[in-house]
Design a protein around this ligand. Structure first.
Ligand code: DGL
Length: 270
């Protein structure tokens, strides 16, 4: 019987928004999460580096028994999904962009806004995917380089976060019937985003791909209520720091201790 263990990765704590959904939809899921905090933020990095990180982390997850891998990272999904699927044909690899677009299709008609990292915007992955499935719909994309450092630095709920939200939402005001959160870190800024939008008199409708991405992975991995799995967290950064961050996202009762992983000179993880 194939392994039901689900591997999930991101540059940092953003992918925990997908883990949170996996645990909500399938409390018995067996999950291994890797945060590549040695390289966060991914957003401004050359795309070939992102592809190399994504392939090495997926390979590592495969060696740990994961037959299903979720790139809970939009920039990896935008640039590395096909590369990893070709390189590792024995695992099922999922991204978050198609789930985001499927969720947007179920939303109100009209223009779509996308907030994402500079790399994801530059890849044009969202405008292409939205153009395929919602061809007549205008799309406005906004790169938000300050968001990931604010989230990783624990500065959500501050004046700095609110100011960044106001700046990045301004070009979408009046131009978006719904706004896709095109980076898995951004749901952690939701209170700031809604506060900034309501200060503009905007009842903003947000699309978070996490629920749809989790649903797809659970179906693929064949997780059921009797799996009886556990959550394992690993980081290429500081374990104690990531443990505190994970507890804030997942809750103290859920987040376990964190193991540190290391990048080797040959580009592998161990
Ligand atoms: N959370 C990731 C994403 O969804 C990466 C953010 C970053 O490290 O720049 O794109």
């Amino acid at each position: 019987m194939p392994s039901a263990r689900i591997g999930v990765f991101d540059s940092g704590l953003g992918g925990l928004t997908v883990v949170r959904e996996l645990l909500h939809q399938a409390p018995g899921a067996d999950i291994l999460y890797v945060a590549d905090q040695a390289h966060v933020p991914y957003g401004p990095r050359p795309l070939e580096h992102i592809r190399a990180f994504a392939e090495a982390i997926s390979r590592y997850l495969q060696t740990q028994g994961c037959a299903t891998v979720v790139m809970a990272c939009n920039i990896s999904s935008a640039t590395a999904l096909e590369t990893v699927r070709c390189a590792l044909p024995d695992i099922q690899c999922h991204g978050v962009i198609d789930p985001a677009v499927r969720s947007a299709r179920q939303g109100p008609p009209g223009p779509v806004g996308v907030l994402a990292t500079a790399g994801t915007i530059a890849s044009r992955a969202y405008s292409r995917a939205l153009g395929r499935t919602m061809p007549a719909v205008p799309v406005t994309e906004v790169a938000c380089p300050d968001f990931v450092p604010i989230v990783e630095g624990g500065r959500t709920g501050t004046a700095e976060a609110l100011d960044a939200c106001s700046r990045y939402l301004a070009p979408l005001r009046g131009r978006a019937a719904q706004v896709i959160l095109g980076c898995t870190h951004y749901p952690l800024l939701l209170p700031d985003l809604h506060a900034a939008a309501s200060a503009m008199g905007w009842m903003m409708r947000v699309v978070d791909p996490a629920a749809e991405a989790a649903r797809e992975a659970i179906l693929c991995a064949g997780v059921n209520g009797t799996t009886g799995g556990r959550l394992v967290l690993q980081t290429t950064g500081d374990g104690a720091h990531f443990s505190a961050q994970a507890q804030a996202v997942l809750g103290y009762a859920v987040a376990p201790a964190v193991m540190e992983l290391h990048w080797h000179e040959d580009g592998c993880l161990a």
